[in-house]
Ligand binder design. Structure first.
Ligand SMILES: CCOCCOc1ccc(-c2cn(C[C@@H]3NC[C@@H](O)[C@H]3O)nn2)cc1
Length: 448
């Protein structure tokens, strides 16, 4: 056994998102989001599940915070539902929505837990999608208005901010692959969405600075680490494209003020171009303070001209998989964090990492040993990363509790806490108690 000690000021947390846990979809003045619409579209979400009730955290947040206190976390990542704040996306402010998040944040602070706020975790007001979503500059301006409302309301209470969660999912999973809301399947649309959200990000950072909002702000790309199936240049290039679309496509504009040219050229071959307007890249490349990194798995990729827009195919190498089918391979996190150094040794928080393990209650307990093994391996990599001098400042497990896993509905469970979706009873899993011990000790004991 090996003991890995973490830095004294290392932040330990968990993460959730508004649409996935809140429920109360028609309460508190909330407007309709694209996920309400998508979930009601036959065939889009497993079993026709939706976020109408979810974990009912809108009503049960005090119980959730008691669980966080029991777990011992000092940081909690959550997202604010834009449709609760400006229900029609760009009109009147809904005071009831702001009051809900004030009650919630005040309770977190009372519990000694640092709020780590994501402004946009995929629940776009439907009215804005109706005018073209992120591809329409009116949506960009509406986001800035929404962000400014939140900055003014919560400056001083919230000190860790993320503009967007997983821009690759917002742009490409949702508008090229059509797997998430709104379900478009068009390359140009997805590139327009990616660019729109980047401009919105930059404008929001400008507002954050201009308003003198407290704390630090950043963005949370999701990671796709890939290694080539063979030494062929084609397979390496296929990996490069997969990695770049999740990371460089968003971080090059932010840190370098330009898109990765090899990817711009690749998409131009497919007839798609980036709708850059005068001044956009200067806006996008506003300096930020931190990055959130969401890591789940890595792939072994090879070139396949039939494999989608990137012609990059993941090969099943027979690794152990979680119940959502993702290979368990923590090595990719270590490799990726070194890849990320090309943007400088920026402050990074792991804002999502976790395993989908669908164990259920047995005699009142959930013996999710596979989830414990997943966390043990990934925290050991976190320790290696910190030991290499990389500024990794904190870790938030995805997720505090089982919740609405998007197109997979409620069948896929990522939580440290089990949720019975009929009774809404929360039951800490064995992984909850394992993570509680890691946090208490600030070290992890690992078999690797
Ligand atoms: C068959 C082709 O498939 C293409 C890839 O399809 C997916 C689907 C889903 C994901 C995905 C899901 N998550 C977890 C969430 N992160 C944010 C938080 O809300 C969690 O619920 N991260 N990535 C990636 C890729």
């Amino acid at each position: 056994m090996t003991i890995f000690q973490f830095p004294q000021d290392f932040r330990w947390g968990t993460a959730t998102a508004s649409y996935q846990i809140e429920g109360a979809a028609q309460e508190g003045g909330r407007g309709v989001s694209i996920w309400d619409t998508f979930a009601r579209t036959p065939g889009k979400v497993f079993n026709g599940d939706n976020g109408d009730v979810a974990c009912d955290s809108y009503h049960r947040y005090e119980e959730d915070i008691e669980l966080m206190k029991k777990l011992g976390i000092n940081t909690y990542r959550f997202s604010i539902a834009w449709p609760r704040i400006i229900p029609d996306g760009d009109g009147e402010i809904n005071r009831e929505g702001l009051d809900f998040y004030h009650r919630f944040v005040d309770k977190l602070l009372e519990a000694g837990i640092e709020p780590f706020c994501t402004l946009y975790h995929w629940d776009l007001p439907q009215t804005l999608e109706d005018i073209g979503g992120w591809g329409n500059r009116r949506t960009v301006d509406a986001f800035v208005k929404y962000a400014e409302v939140i900055f003014k309301e919560f400056s001083g209470k919230i000190n860790f901010w993320l503009t967007f969660n997983e821009p690759w999912c917002i742009a490409f999973l949702s508008n090229l692959l059509g797997i998430h809301a709104p379900g478009n399947k068009d390359l140009q649309t997805s590139i327009n969405v990616a660019h729109g959200l980047l401009v919105a990000h930059g404008k929001a950072v400008q507002s954050f600075r201009r308003l003198g909002t407290t704390g630090q702000i950043g963005i949370a790309p999701n990671v796709c680490w890939a290694e080539p199936y063979s030494k062929s240049p084609e397979d390496q290039a296929a990996c490069d494209r997969s990695i770049a679309l999740n990371t460089d496509w968003f971080l090059d504009p932010i840190y370098k003020g330009s898109y990765p040219q090899f990817m711009v050229d690749w998409f131009a071959e497919a007839g798609a171009t980036v709708p850059i307007q005068e001044g956009d890249m200067e806006i996008i490349s506003q300096p930020i303070d931190l990055l959130g990194i969401n890591y789940y798995t890595m792939g072994i990729n090879r070139f396949n001209p039939e494999a989608g827009a990137l012609q990059s195919e993941e090969v099943d190498m027979g690794l152990t998989k979680t119940d959502i089918g993702w290979p368990v391979e923590s090595r990719g996190l270590y490799e990726f964090m070194h890849y990320l150094q090309k943007y400088g040794n920026v402050d990074v928080y792991i804002t999502e990492n976790g395993a989908c393990i669908n164990d259920d209650l047995e005699n009142g307990k959930i013996n999710d040993d596979r989830r414990i093994a997943y966390y043990e391996q990934h925290l050991a990599q976190i320790h290696r990363i910190i030991n290499d001098g990389i500024n990794l400042k904190g870790y938030m497990a995805w997720s505090l509790m089982d919740n609405f896993e998007w197109a997979e509905g409620y069948r896929m469970r990522f939580g440290l806490v089990h949720v019975d979706y009929r009774s809404l009873v929360r039951t800490p899993k064995e992984s909850f108690y394992w993570y509680q011990n890691v946090i208490k000790n600030n070290w992890v004991e690992t078999r690797i």
